[in-house]
Every structure is written in structure tokens, then in C-alpha cells.
Design a protein around this ligand. Sequence first.
Ligand code: ZN
Length: 328
Amino acid sequence: MTPETPGLHHVTAIAGDPQRNVDFYVDTLGLRLVKKTVNHDDPGTYHLYFGDGEGTPGTNITFFPWTDEGRPGQFGTGQTETTAYRIPPKSVDYWRDRLESRDVAVDVADRFGETVLRFEDPDGIGLELVAAGEAQRASDSASGESNATPWTEGPVPAEHQLRGFYGVTLAVDSIEATAAVLTDVLGYELEDEVDGRRRYRSAAGGPGSIVDLVETDVGRGRMGVGTVHHVAFTVKNVEEQEAWREAFADHGLSPTEVIDRKYFQSIYVREPGGVLFEMATTGPGFAVDEDPAELGTELVLPEHLEDERERIEAQLPPFDDPTVDASD
Ligand code: ZN
């Protein structure tokens, strides 16, 4: 069985100060904080997940906030240059105004016939909002209708809310080896190329199905605050993970065993261009340990860390969710 992925599951990056991170993703971008937990591999650091109203796979950008004392990263090859969310074409002016009114510098570009707003988060992580569907409106089902659920209590009106991922741009030293993983293992197809940017789309289609590859000569990136840690693609279920492990191994790569991340089951593999890929199952999802109405309101820990809760909580810097009334 050759497995297929519809596209992105989540993107995980390293932030500095957690309060600044939450303020930007919740209050400015209007995403919901859907999970407040710790990095399972480093419980002294939060793991914050921001997504749509339900934390649907394909909408979640997640962070390890290393605080402002954390080692700064350096953008370069083997890294994600930008993470792009979809917005409705009619929302371009809304978003440009919203970002600029908050002193976020916005570059507006036309790319493959679609309007792209490019900017950075407070830690320097590259983001884009793409007016998806402008180029191939409704005529191409592969462009994928949004599966995002509006967050009715969020600060952004539902009609303008981010609609989940559009795609990612990966920066590599040389495109070919990374392209081969996309086409030969992940089932992506070369769709277009403009100005050295090669666009690949998952054959299975769906939201978040775009991966763009660009070459850069700025040198090898260094992981740290302000850089993306890994990019995760969607896997149907845990049974499919063995087929993914085999497919990566057949390509000469070294995937990990399946790791239980509580909200999904994952394997990880470093692609030859240096980007860390993860394959994550759609389930069981964020409601596994919190009521859907209460997502992200409490610090939740994996069972094996519950005994250490007091010590863990004491060393995490406190922060407020800007949408939660502190007087409640
Ligand atoms: Zn991940």
C-alpha cells in the first residue's frame, strides 16, 4: 500500500517570550490557543498550540517558547522560510489594515496569480496570508476547500478568520534531493515554477497541500528562537505509519519509531535538504484531555509527567490568554 497525505498537519517553531507569542497569534492573528502543555522532550518549556475553533489538523501552528534567554536561531538552508495560511480573497484589505495598525510591516505580492501578504511574527518567523482561490476559483477541487472551524469567541470576525494552512516554503541548498522526497515518497507533484520557486502540490489534494521549494545561498540555518523546528504532514491513522516508515526507509532515509504525542501519533524523518519532517495522525485530537469548550485554558501534561506537575508549573513563566477575562 502506498500511503498518501493530503498535506500539512501542523508546523512547530521556536518562540521567545510566551506572552508575546500568545498575544500575537491570538490577539493579532485571531487563532485560538487550543492546547497549553509542555514539550514532551523538554518539560521545562511550554508547548503552545494555536489553531481554528477546534484545533483541526491542518490549522495548527505550535511553539516551544524558549523565553528571551533562549538561543537565537539563524535562518538558512534546511529551514522553513515561511508558513502560509489561507484567507478569503475578500479579506486581503482587512488583514493588511489589521497588521499595519499593529505595526506589523506587510509586503504585498502576486504569486502564481494569488495575492500574498508577507510579514514576520515578533520573533522573526516568516508568515504569509494567501488569498487562496483567486487564481483557480472553484474550478480546481485540488485547491481544497477549507476545513477550518470558525472560532466564534475570537477577536477576528468569522468571515475574515484564517482558514487553515495554505502551505510552506522550504529553503534548501539544492532543490533536487528535497524535491525527490516530495514526489517519490510524499506523493507531491510539480505544479509550477516562477523565479526559482518550485511549487509542489499533494496529489491527494486538500487544504495545506502546497510545498514551495526555493534555493538560497545564505548558508546552513541554525535552529533557535525565531526559526521553525519541523513541518508535519497528515497521516490518516496509526496503521498507516508503518507504510510511511517503509516508504522513507526505501528512499534511504531514517525515520524514527512511532512516538505517542498524546494528541496524535508521529514519526519524524530528516529530509536530505535538512528540514525535519513529521508524519502525524489526525486523531485522537485535542479533546482527548479537555472539553472542547475549554481547550487551552489549563496546563495539561502527559500522564507520565503528572507526578512532577508542581515542579514543572513552578519553573514555567506565567502568561495570560488575551481573550480570557482575568476577572473570571
Ligand atoms: Zn510536531
